[in-house]
Design a protein around this ligand. Sequence first.
Ligand SMILES: [Zn+2]
Length: 317
Amino acid sequence: MIWGKKRYTFVIIPDANSSVRRFEVPKLIPYIAGAGLLSLVIVTLTLYVLHARTAMVASDLQTRVKSQDTLYATTVQEKNQTIEQLQNEVINLSRQTSDMKTQIDDIRKLEDEVRTITGSDKTTAAVNSASSGLAMGGTNRPATDDEVQDMLEQTRTLLTDMNEEVDKLKHSIVNTKEAALAVQKKQRVTPTIWPVDSRTITSGFGLRQDPFTFRPSFHSGFDISAPLNSKVHVTADGVVQSTGSDSLHGNNIVVSHSDGLQTWYMHLNKINVDKGEKVEKGQVIGLVGSTGRSTGNHLHYEVLKNGVSIDPKPFLK
Ligand SMILES: [Zn+2]
């Protein structure tokens, strides 16, 4: 109540000639005005601080977004590089697959050649050549994803085909090997090699003038002249059927082979094998001589089929 009644008096003196003006205000007003001013200052400061803070956070966020952007761009670039690298690998893989297919075809051709040698039937023609491989062109535009995808698909098909082909090849090569082994076995029991190193045939198979009687006679084998004690080789695998000596054949050996074939070696100086002995093609069974009805050192070599003398020539290499 006392505060309410007390008053301040303000006096305003404009100049010496004018009258003085005066007015009164309650004593509380200046305090209220001061408090209002203080509040305003506090509010202003608070707002300023808040604004500064927000600006800082915004700037920080902006920086972060920027760095995220850079990181993202780098990642995308890296991923693109990886994709390109993978696509190149697909292309390389496809080329390698295509090369391998060519090699498989070559192996098949080789196998067919071997089969021709062994006299077996040829394998079925190359299973398929559906995949056209890689055509190389002159343009140089970047490959599209679809093209690379297509190539991948082609390569996959080619690999599947090749897998089947290799499987078939494996089987047919086993057959070819068996055929080759059969040929080899046949070769071993067929008298295809020369019984002596010499190739000098002094008398062939067939009709001739007998060297002793000078009358026409049939010569049942080859006379191959060779130095005394030259090695005599058995011309095929077999078993010594007989060894003996007589005035006509001299020291002689008969070896039996398969398919009713026999070979006969005459006029030997020495016999190295015994009856019943197994002999291997090329083995030395005796030495060249001039025993029996002979005019000089030579081997009379005879081939018999089912007991009948035949020309040895077709057998010889
Ligand atoms: Zn003879």
